[in-house]
Write a protein of this length. Structure first.
Length: 53
């Protein structure tokens, strides 16, 4: 869903009942601190996370 994709890196955003919403936000921050990028692309049934350094 496009509206979810826009929010997945926002701290504490989650679509899961028991999720904390911190994982992707923290991962992106750590990667950026090391000079990298964390990006996402998605089509129905398939989501891809791309780490670039």
């Amino acid at each position: 869903l496009p509206e979810v994709m826009e929010q997945i890196f926002i701290p504490f955003f989650t679509t899961r009942k028991n999720g904390s919403g911190i994982g992707l936000s923290l991962s992106r921050q750590i990667i950026q601190n090391h000079g990298g990028r964390l990006e996402v692309s998605s089509v129905p049934g398939k989501t891809r996370f791309i780490l670039s350094f």
